[in-house]
Design a protein around this ligand. Structure first.
Ligand code: HXC
Ligand code: NAP
Length: 293
């Protein structure tokens, strides 16, 4: 067995209706494919309907499942409300909201216009808020017995990160929303969790965060203690578990899936990994010699 194999049993999501924002590409697409394989019906949403339609038809042929493409810019609340109504019309209910849509680019912060900063906050933080509020109100008003919100954040939601400040600011807000609602809405049977992925190569992220030859210059795998980037199926396995009933007691959690990347940057002496074995012998004798004086 290896890490790119499928984890859950075939009927793990049978009967569930799942909405994946930003489901037409990248990680959203990978998670959608696995949800379909596990028996869920999935609506994928984003700004680009032709891309969504193409993805939905490819995934239906690959999995034999039902995938509904719906245009919805998460920045606009009326589009979100309309998307929810279309999902309910098509499937009669919705069980899971996966807030995956995001926008990002690298830039020194002082080069950003107010509108550039707003664009990222509007997609990531306000878009997640628009979807969560619309779906949450629906679940509460209709007295649905259980539902799940899963948010995709990043590890810099708590560390912060230079050069992606709007994204870090917005993802930190999504993390706070995750933990707050996990407590407030648990009484309605709504679980709220998050996943914080490390580097998982996708065209959307790599074109904007590592353009040109930056991907070669800053090989992200080298920053990861496990010395590799993530495999899309590994993330899909975790997401499927968190939206399934197997995780019914997990609420308010943010699960990091990054091969140890963020902790490597955090530990004060982690740079000592560069020291070769022979040098450790010398260092040990030097330290012991000091103690014996
Ligand atoms: C400075 C920039 C810029 C750049 C855009 N702007 N790109 N400023 N540097 N590189 C400015 C524009 O000049 C404009 O401001 C404002 O931002 C809005 O730009 P638009 O192009 O009009 O916006 P829009 O068409 O809505 O596009 C949104 C976008 C785009 C976020 C800018 O990149 C996009 O559509 N992204 C969606 C997918 C995505 O980003 N995926 C990656 C997620 S990765 P002015 O003032 O001129 O009007 C991720 C991973 C994290 O989150 C961790 C990875 C390890
Ligand atoms: P991606 O393929 O670019 O995914 C982003 C998706 O969001 C796209 O499908 C895009 O579709 C959609 N989107 C953007 N703006 C939107 C809007 N206003 N309304 C609705 N949908 C919108 O990149 P990805 O790497 O798969 O990222 C997926 C998620 O993982 C994001 O939350 C990202 O922050 C997170 N993440 C990724 C990594 C990584 O290494 N890849 C690491 C940490 C976190 P349209 O353009 O069609 O609208």
């Amino acid at each position: 067995m290896n890490f790119s194999q499928k984890m859950l049993r075939d009927d793990a999501l049978q009967g569930k209706v799942i909405v994946v924002t930003g489901g037409g590409s990248g990680l959203g697409r990978a998670m959608t494919q696995y949800f379909l394989e596990l028996g869920a019906q999935v609506a994928i949403t984003s700004r680009d309907l032709s891309k969504l339609t193409h993805t939905a038809s490819e995934l239906e042929s690959l999995t034999g499942g039902t995938c509904l493409p719906l245009q919805c810019d998460v920045r606009h609340n009326e589009e979100v409300e309309n998307m929810l109504q279309q999902v309910l019309k098509a499937f009669g209910k919705v069980d899971v909201l996966l807030n995956n849509a995001a926008g990002n680019f690298i830039s020194p912060t002082e080069r950003l216009s107010a509108n550039a900063f707003d664009t990222i906050i509007d997609i990531v933080l306000k878009g997640t808020k628009n979807c969560t509020l619309a779906f949450g109100k629906h679940w509460i008003d209709s007295k649905q017995s259980s539902a799940t919100v899963l948010n995709i954040v990043t590890t810099y939601a708590w560390t912060g990160s230079a050069y992606v400040v709007p994204s870090a600011t917005a993802k930190a807000g999504v993390l706070a929303m995750t933990r707050s609602l996990a407590v407030e809405w648990a009484k309605y049977g709504i679980r709220t969790n998050a996943i914080a992925p490390g580097p998982f190569p996708t065209k959307g992220a790599w074109d904007r965060l590592l353009p040109g030859d930056l991907a070669q210059k800053f090989n992200l795998a080298k920053k990861v203690p496990l010395k590799r980037v993530g495999d899309h199926q590994e993330l899909a396995n975790l997401a499927a578990y968190l939206v399934s009933d197997f995780s019914a007691y997990i609420n308010g959690e943010v699960i990091v899936i990054d091969g140890g990347e963020w902790l490597k940057g955090a530990g004060q002496f982690n740079m000592l990994e560069a020291i070769p074995e022979e040098l450790w012998d010398q260092l040990e004798s030097m330290i012991k010699a000091k103690k014996n004086k």
